[in-house]
Design a protein around this ligand. Structure first.
Ligand code: SF4
Length: 382
C-alpha cells in the first residue's frame, strides 16, 4: 500500500523488503548493506528502547543474522563526501568558482533546486551524497579487493529517507546500465524485516562493521543531523585552508534546531561566511538571496527534513521534536566517542585514495564520486 510519508513530498512510500529477501535467498549473490548515520539512533524506538538509544552494535548483528554478507557504514561514505566536497569548496574559493557552494547530499533538497531554482544549479556541489558515493565505491573498488565479480554484488542501503529510493534510481548514479545502489530500505522497512524474522533485537550481542568500508570518523557520524554536514566539512576545510592540524573540533554555531544558523570564521587570512538551513521553507529564504546575487555566504548546508535525517520521512512514525533532540544528542555522543573525528584522518579512507582513487577531486576520484544535475519542469507532479 502506498501513502505519502516524506515531509519533502518527494515521493510516495514504496516497500522493497521483498526485493531484499529475494536477494538474500539467492546463493549466487553477494549482498552487502550500508547503514546511514541516523538509523542507529532511531531503530531502538521500535524495540522498546529509550529515544536516542545508540544501537549500532545490535543493528550490525541483526543485519548479519538477516543474511547480509557484509555490513558496512554509510558514515564511511560521509567521510568520502567530505573529502570531495571540501576539496571542491576550496577550489571554488581559491580559483573564483561559483559561490556560495551548496551541499548536495539530501535528495529532497537537490530535487527542490532542480525544480524551483534551476537557474542556481551551478551553486550545488557536484559531490555525490554519502549513500551514492558509497555505492560507487562498492561497485568498483570493493569487487577488486574482495575478488568478487561486480555482476554478483547486490548493494542495499538502509536510510532514514523515502527520497533516497528516488536518488538511487537516478540514471547518472550507476555504471554499465546497473545502479550503484540496487535497493534502498527505510528505517521502517528494516524494522519490518527484523520483526519478520523474529529477532529479539534488545538481546542481540554487539558486533562491529566489516572492513574495508566500515571505519568512519566522528565527522561522518554527525551527518544525520542539521548542521552536521557543515561541521564535518569545516573540520577538514579549516585544516586544509590553514595547512595546520587545528585542535578545534566542535562548531557549536552549527548545532541546534534554529531554522537558519549562521557563522563567520577567520581562517588562513580569509573570512568565511557560512549558513545552515533545515526545511525547504527556510531554504527558500537563502535561495532568494542566491537568485538575486546578494547572498552573503560562501558555503550553505540545506537538509529538507525538520532537524535533518533524524527527522526523515523513513524514520519510525511518532518522531516528535523531543525524540529528535535525543537522536541529535546521541549522534554527538557517537562523534565524541570515536578516536578519529576528522574525515581526512580516517585510515581506511586514506588507503582507498592511496590504492585506488588517487587525489581528491581529480581523475578517478572525480569520475566516480561526482555527478551533475538538470532542470526539472515545474509541471512535474511532485
Ligand atoms: Fe532524506 Fe535526510 Fe534529506 Fe530528509 S533530510 S530528505 S531524510 S536526506
Amino acid at each position: 500500500q502506498c501513502s505519502l510519508v516524506c515531509p519533502t513530498g518527494a515521493l510516495v512510500e514504496k516497500d522493497d523488503t521483498e526485493k531484499v529477501l529475494d536477494a538474500l535467498q539467492d546463493p549466487k549473490k553477494h549482498v552487502i548493506v550500508q547503514v546511514a548515520p541516523s538509523v542507529r539512533v532511531s531503530l531502538g524506538d521500535a524495540f522498546g528502547m529509550e529515544p536516542g538509544a545508540i544501537v549500532t552494535g545490535q543493528m550490525v548483528t541483526a543485519l548479519h543474522l538477516l543474511g547480509f554478507d557484509k555490513v558496512f557504514d554509510t558514515n564511511f561514505g560521509a567521510d568520502l563526501t567530505i573529502m570531495e566536497e571540501g576539496t571542491e569548496f576550496l577550489d571554488r574559493l581559491q580559483h573564483g568558482g561559483v559561490l556560495p557552494m551548496m551541499t548536495s547530499c539530501c535528495p529532497g533538497w537537490v530535487y527542490y533546486v532542480e525544480k524551483h531554482y534551476s537557474d542556481c544549479l551551478p551553486h550545488l556541489s557536484s559531490t555525490k551524497s554519502p549513500m551514492s558515493i558509497f555505492g560507487a565505491v562498492a561497485k568498483t573498488y570493493y569487487p577488486k579487493v574482495a575478488g568478487i565479480d561486480v555482476k554478483d554484488i547486490v548493494t542495499v542501503s538502509v536510510m532514514p529517507c523515502t527520497a533516497k529510493k528516488f536518488e538511487a534510481a537516478r540514471p547518472e548514479l550507476g555504471r554499465d546500465g546497473r545502479p550503484d545502489v540496487d535497493i534502498v530500505l527505510t528505517t521502517r522497512e528494516l524494522i519490518k524485516l527484523i520483526k519478520y524474522v523474529g529477532l529479539s533485537f534488545g538481546q542481540l550481542p554487539e558486533t562491529e562493521f566489516d572492513s574495508p568500508l566500515g571505519t568512519a570518523s566522528g565527522a561522518g557520524a554527525i551527518f544525520g543531523t542539521t548542521g552536521g554536514v557543515m561541521e564535518a566539512a569545516l573540520r577538514t576545510v579549516c585544516d586544509k585552508l590553514t595547512g595546520k592540524t587545528l585542535e578545534r573540533l566542535d562548531f557549536q554555531e552549527a548545532r541546534g534546531f534554529k531554522g537558519i544558523k549562521e557563522c563567520t570564521l577567520e581562517l588562513g587570512g580569509r573570512t568565511l561566511h557560512i549558513a545552515i538551513a533545515h526545511t525547504l521553507k527556510n531554504a527558500e529564504i537563502l535561495m532568494e538571496q542566491v537568485r538575486k546575487g546578494i547572498s552573503p555566504y560562501d558555503f550553505i548546508e540545506v537538509m529538507a527534513c525538520p532537524g535533518g535525517c533524524i527527522g526523515g520521512g523513513g524514520q519510525p512514525i511518532g518522531t516528535t521534536n523531543a525524540v529528535k533532540k535525543k537522536r541529535m544528542q546521541a549522534l554527538y555522543e557517537i562523534d565524541r566517542s570515536l578516536p578519529v573525528r576528522k574525515s581526512h584522518e580516517n585510515p581506511e579512507l586514506q588507503v582507498l585514495y592511496r590504492d585506488f582513487l588517487g587525489e581528491p577531486g581529480e581523475g578517478k576520484a572525480h569520475e566516480l564520486l561526482h555527478t551533475g544535475y538538470r532542470a526539472v519542469p515545474k509541471a512535474y507532479p511532485f
